[in-house]
Design a protein around this ligand. Structure first.
Ligand code: FMN
Length: 392
């Protein structure tokens, strides 16, 4: 069946909701505790305004830039997300879509497709790791990603294992065996399109994490890997520096909320950082990254590439983030909804929606290039930003 174009990310979300079994859809929606951060991530973008010009506008608008040494056609990069069992092609469809639109992608170590296949589909792939397991196993993962040709490493540090949700967490099986199928059957039967896609691909949704395979090549299932991560003592900045030194190539620290942590990321020699609260899935009531971005960009923006992720749903959000100091943004749910709605074509559709929105916002602002954006391009209401006092 051909892809039906959607005109906004909200439409992609509606399609995803119609297509996916309830538990899979709510796993994508995620969020934690009361969902305050999750809601603030999008609400904060809506608090920022524009004051468009009507003449002297630029006839052409340039959107190309670089992130961690990779040339990208628009300042939007795919954020790593674990286990994209929302579609049989999962991360491969995402990688192909990103490549087709000329952008880069983060691949989660919890992903459902091997890094070798994903890099083959999009050489601009950054491999993402958590601090988990032994140093030996982390070295093995880095070595494997390097051998596969990954263009950079992302270390995601903002996870504090906060699990409760006021609206309840979905039940997710480790593997779709007969017992799990029986339990999910009512949801699957009401969403035949999703099941049919898997039936046609000849496989079943599977929560194995091939990129976390041990030295014997045995890949753990999602929850086994998660347990190992939970049991690993959290890293010090020296540990993160060790990881950066072992990797040697472009290195991104994801999950920064504070100026002092941004300075530490600079100190350890990271290439880039992402101001992020993990899409509102982690420590609830952490403010939206767009509120924290101006202080971080002001403090370290001349020494490290400052990115942002969380709540980006429109091209105008991307432009607001760039105006406030981001070099580019990462997107999570927006492309997951596109993937669920239409596979590769759905992800391309999302990137096209964002590209169109970036272009409209640049035109309205009278800017001929994303590189000309400044904080004066957005109207910032009083009390919008948040800055934590620096420690240490
Ligand atoms: C379902 C889901 C799974 C995620 N898995 C990962 C992951 O494995 N690694 C990671 O660094 N971030 C992960 N994230 C966070 C995203 O990379 C990103 O920070 C977040 O989705 C950005 O917010 P947005 O969804 O509003 O764009 C995940 C997010 C979601 C929604």
């Amino acid at each position: 069946m051909g892809h039906r174009w959607f005109e906004t990310v909200a439409h992609a979300q509606q399609r995803a909701k119609q297509r996916l079994p309830k538990s899979v859809y709510s796993a994508l929606l995620a969020g934690s505790e009361a969902g305050v951060s999750y809601r603030d991530n999008t609400a904060a973008f809506q608090e920022l305004g524009f004051a468009p010009h009507v003449a002297d506008l630029a006839a052409e608008r340039a959107t190309a830039t670089t992130v961690m040494g990779q040339e990208i056609a628009l300042p939007v990069v795919i954020s790593p997300t674990g286990v994209q069992a929302v579609h049989p092609e999962g991360e491969l469809a995402v990688a192909r879509a990103a490549a087709a639109r000329g952008t880069a992608m983060g691949l989660s170590s919890f992903a459902s497709k091997p890094v070798e296949e994903v890099v083959a589909a999009n050489p601009k792939t950054f491999f993402q790791m958590y601090w988990m397991g032994s140093k030996d196993s982390m070295l093995r993962s880095m070595e494997r990603a390097r051998a596969a040709g990954a263009a950079g490493l992302i270390v995601t540090l903002d996870w504090s294992f906060s699990h409760g949700r006021d609206w309840g967490s979905p039940w997710i099986p480790e593997r779709l065996d007969l017992k799990a199928m029986a339990k999910l059957a009512p949801q699957g039967l009401s969403r035949p399109g999703w099941l049919l896609d898997y039936a046609r691909s000849g496989s079943l949704p599977d929560l194995t994490t091939p990129n976390l395979a041990d030295e014997n090549g045995v890949a753990p299932a999602f929850f086994g890997a998660y347990g190992q991560w939970m049991g690993t003592p959290p890293p010090s900045w020296d540990d993160v520096r060790w990881m950066r030194d072992e990797w040697q190539g472009p290195f991104l620290v994801k999950g920064i909320s504070r100026v002092d942590d941004a300075r530490r990321a600079v100190d350890i020699g990271a290439t880039a950082l992402s101001v992020s609260n993990h899409g509102g899935n982690n420590l609830d009531t952490t403010p939206a990254p767009i509120r924290l971005l101006p202080a971080v960009a002001e403090a370290v923006g001349d020494r490290i590439e400052v990115l942002l992720d969380g709540g980006v749903r429109r091209g105008s959000d991307v432009v607001k983030a760039l105006a406030l100091g981001a070099r580019a943004v990462l997107i999570g749910r927006a492309y997951l909804w596109g993937l669920a709605a239409g596979g590769q074509a759905g992800v391309e559709n999302v990137l096209d929606v964002l590209a169109g929105g970036i272009d409209s916002a640049l035109r309205g602002l009278g800017r001929g290039s994303i590189h000309d954006l400044t904080p004066d391009d957005v109207l910032i209401p009083p009390g919008f930003t948040r800055t934590a006092p620096e420690r240490g």
